[in-house]
Design a protein around this ligand. Structure first.
Ligand SMILES: C[S@@+](CC[C@H](N)C(=O)[O-])C[C@H]1O[C@@H](n2cnc3c(N)ncnc32)[C@H](O)[C@@H]1O
Length: 517
């Protein structure tokens, strides 16, 4: 008897950049004999039952039988894996005990599953009552896909299309010309030579005549940083978890670090209460909590004779995602930011004089992860020494400065997207009511001084809407490392206008928001 499992990993490259949707379908057939060569000649996704009385089951169930045998170690060592150029993968496993048994009948999937779970729980002394053999099989499929597509994992930014590539596609062209941005389309076509060109190797920002290299992850410049960020122990990981932490009845260690609960729903968006709390902590002057450090690294780096008092750093909620040291798998629901961009985004020329901007080409739900801010990780003193001029794109990683203090210069970090960055570098500022909020996310490091900064939607965002976030600038503060600009955000609550009117308007809006909720 031979059990065959087929995994179909179909790569669909989205537009011009390197993102793969992985689809997988699993089949099982029980039949006499199998030739690996046949597997290599598959022409279609459908695996035909070729011989005699066959059983064909679809879904992850297929691999259940294989894993059962693997777990019970009752099979001869004849496991074969073959694949087609299309990415279909077939695993075949020979097991002879059924041969010559006159009373042989094929069991139902449920029977099989039940017996398998009972045996696994007993023989392998598994204590988790939620043990599910289908999950084990899902993990197995995932391992195959992961190994089979690992080189594509290294490719960079996902779903990100330069304006012109999108315009070449008729549906997007139609969408644009039908929209109120029709005039923008014309401008973009006329100014096509100026559009940023995106490739898997890099991104040239022609606008300012400067080069921006697109990178998928933060660049670590000083070697010492590399050492101090990644030489981290096993605490803060959920090493004993398995599968998807969100499905477990117990809260994993990582969730406990995220304020005692999982922050993501099973649909992969932020839970409403967590998101609302983050928004309020950032926007509501009465809920904002500014923590001051004793000796602020920003002041220290200025190297002035007299240190001014710290201006305070916003207290924030932090997300702790599971990561490679955790026992769960890569599709665990507590891993969202690390899976990268999931929506079609576009860099475009804004019609209102803000330069390039970023917009979404599809509707985004509230609480959706859009992208993270990628840049070079620099110490604040490095930022100041590198370039005496003000920078357009540094973001301070100051979430913990006020809490823990920053005694050493190498602990005061920022992300600078001047030379290396991703699409987040094109997100323009909007005072107060931006549709994105930045939330610190700890992934591979519980080091409080380094974290990822991820953008989530504060509300539903319509297709073709510009994505914006509040840079948190005080337009009067000329000391801030970010270069000042004349704000054209268009918000009723623009801080670049008179302050007094705005504060009362902001408070009014927050009250209104709460009433609406
Ligand atoms: C991080 S970059 C954003 C991308 C930028 N628009 C570009 O073309 O590269 C920040 C710069 O964009 C411009 N910018 C961002 N938000 C703006 C706003 N609300 N009003 C005017 N200019 C803005 C400012 O020049 C600012 O220094």
């Amino acid at each position: 008897m031979v059990l065959e499992c087929a995994v179909l990993a179909n790569e669909v490259a989205i537009c011009s950049c390197s993102f793969f949707y992985i689809l997988f379908v699993v089949y099982i057939t029980v039949r006499q004999g199998i030739q690996t060569k046949e597997v290599c000649q598959w022409g279609t996704f459908r695996l035909q039952n070729q011989i005699g009385r066959n059983l064909q089951l679809q879904g992850v169930r297929g691999i259940a039988a294989v894993t059962l045998l693997l777990l019970l170690k009752k099979f001869p060592s004849s496991l074969e894996i073959a694949s087609t150029p299309l990415g279909e993968v077939k695993i075949s496993l020979s097991y002879n005990s059924a041969l010559g048994r006159p009373n042989f009948r094929l069991p139902s999937v449920d029977e099989l599953r039940e017996l398998m779970e009972q045996r696994c729980l007993r023989s392998y002394k598994l204590i988790d009552p939620n043990f599910d053999v289908f999950k084990v099989l899902g993990d197995m499929c995932e391992c195959i896909l992961e190994l089979a597509t690992s080189s594509s994992n290294n490719l960079q930014e996902v779903n990100v299309m330069p304006a012109l590539d999108v315009l070449k596609k008729s549906s997007a062209r139609d969408a644009l010309s039908n929209s109120e941005n029709g005039c923008l389309l014309a401008r973009m076509l006329n100014e096509s030579f100026n559009a940023p060109q995106c490739s898997t190797n890099g991104f040239v920002d022609n606008v300012g005549g400067k080069e921006l290299v697109v990178v998928p992850q933060h660049e670590l410049t000083p070697d010492e940083l590399r050492f101090c960020l990644f030489g981290i122990g096993d605490e803060s990981c959920c090493q004993t978890c398995f599968g998807d932490c969100l499905l477990s009845q117990q809260l994993c260690t990582c969730a406990r670090h995220s304020g005692g609960n999982f922050v993501y729903t099973s649909a992969g968006v932020l839970k409403e209460d967590f998101l609302e709390e983050c928004i309020t902590m950032t926007r509501d002057p009465q809920q904002q909590c500014l923590l001051s450090c004793v000796e602020c690294p920003l002041e220290r780096s200025k190297k002035d004779d007299v240190l001014e008092p710290c201006k305070g750093h916003l207290k924030r909620n932090v997300i702790k995602e599971c990561w490679s040291k955790c026992g769960c798998n890569k599709r665990c629901g507590n891993r969202v930011v690390q899976r990268g961009v999931n929506y079609k985004l576009q860099v475009f020329l804004t019609p209102d004089g803000k330069g390039w901007g970023l917009r979404t080409l599809e509707k985004l739900p509230k609480g959706a992860f859009v992208c993270e801010f990628v840049g070079e990780i620099l110490t604040i003193s490095e930022l100041y020494t590198r370039n005496r001029e003000k920078h357009a794109s540094p973001v301070l990683l100051d979430a913990y400065w006020g809490l823990t203090g920053v005694s050493m210069d190498e602990e005061a970090l920022c992300l600078d997207a001047t030379c290396y960055g991703n699409v987040a570098r094109f997100i323009n500022h909007r005072c107060f009511d931006a549709n994105l909020i930045e939330i610190p996310v700890e992934v591979e490091s519980p080091d409080l001084h380094y974290y990822h900064l991820a953008f989530f939607t504060t509300r539903e965002v319509e297709a073709l809407e510009e994505l914006t976030w509040d840079y948190g600038l005080d337009f009067g503060d000329l000391d801030h490392p970010v270069k000042q600009f004349q704000c054209r955000c268009g918000s009723t609550f623009c801080r670049n206008m008179k302050r007094s009117t705005n504060v009362s308007m902001v408070q009014g809006l927050i009250r209104h928001d709460h009433q609406m909720n």
